[in-house]
Design a protein. Structure first.
Ligand SMILES: Cc1cc2nc3c(=O)[nH]c(=O)nc-3n(C[C@H](O)[C@H](O)[C@H](O)COP(=O)(O)O)c2cc1C
Length: 220
């Protein structure tokens, strides 16, 4: 499967099977989490077979069923974009192992997460993980021209990057971001609303995979 096919095949999944993740995969997820923490400076923790986090009586939106595995995304309080960027690396890694995921900012119980962030850090969000009842479904998406300045004559790598960015999960599927090709640099800007900075990190991760990091530099 190519990176683009992997991104296309990922959809948010909120209902999970009562099937534990195999030890070998848990080990791979732990190693990946450590690698991501080392390079990012974040303190992401993987919880498995721990149902307290998603025992929510009145979820904000999106009801989760049977979710017992998740990443707790901990890092500096102002590291929203970084949390999005590196969290999505974990999401796509999990997808490559045949697992399903869903970012959750509202639909979980913060008190159910057994973690104490250091001073200046916080639990930003969690990412649900496991074997889904289904693979999720395709959702509505904005078009290339709604989120970028791409035109037919734009370089192929830029168009591929924008296509990949459009497969990125965003809070309430808002897709409030703008990608602009300026010379050989690309600027990425978040719109004004909730979780748009975190979304931007996810979008930038997808864009890099689609465009190829060797083809461009970020403007900011
Ligand atoms: C930052 C962020 C926060 C989210 N929070 C929740 C949440 O609290 N509850 C929920 O059910 N889904 C949540 N989602 C999942 C989005 O609703 C979902 O990604 C979006 O509708 C797009 O669908 P897709 O992931 O299948 O592409 C969140 C996604 C992101 C990126």
């Amino acid at each position: 499967m190519t990176d683009y096919e992997l991104m296309l095949s990922r959809h948010s999944v909120r209902s999970y099977l009562d099937k534990p993740i195999e030890e070998e995969k848990v080990r791979a997820l732990r190693e990946k989490t450590e690698e991501v923490n080392r390079k990012s400076g974040l303190h992401i923790a993987l919880f498995t077979e721990e149902p307290k986090c998603f025992k929510v009586s009145e979820p904000g939106y999106g009801i989760f069923k049977n979710c017992k595995n998740y990443f707790a995304m901990v890092g500096p309080s102002d590291a929203d974009e970084k949390i999005g960027y590196y969290g999505e690396e974990l999401v796509l890694f999990a997808q490559s192992l045949g697992l399903n995921t869903c970012w959750a900012a509202m639909s979980y119980k913060k008190g159910g997460v057994d973690i104490k962030p250091a001073k200046g850090e916080k639990l930003h969000i969690v990412i649900a993980l496991g074997y889904g009842e289904t693979q999720g479904h395709e959702r509505k998406s904005k078009s290339i021209s709604e989120v970028s300045n791409a035109v037919d004559s734009s370089p192929e790598w830029f168009i591929n990057g924008v296509k990949a960015a459009l497969t990125a999960p965003t809070a309430i599927n808002q897709q409030r971001f703008r990608l602009k090709l300026e010379g050989d640099k690309v600027s990425a800007k978040a719109g004004l609303f909730v979780y748009t900075k975190l979304d931007l990190g996810i979008v930038k991760y997808h864009f890099e995979l689609g465009a190829g990091k060797e083809n461009f530099e970020w403007a900011d």
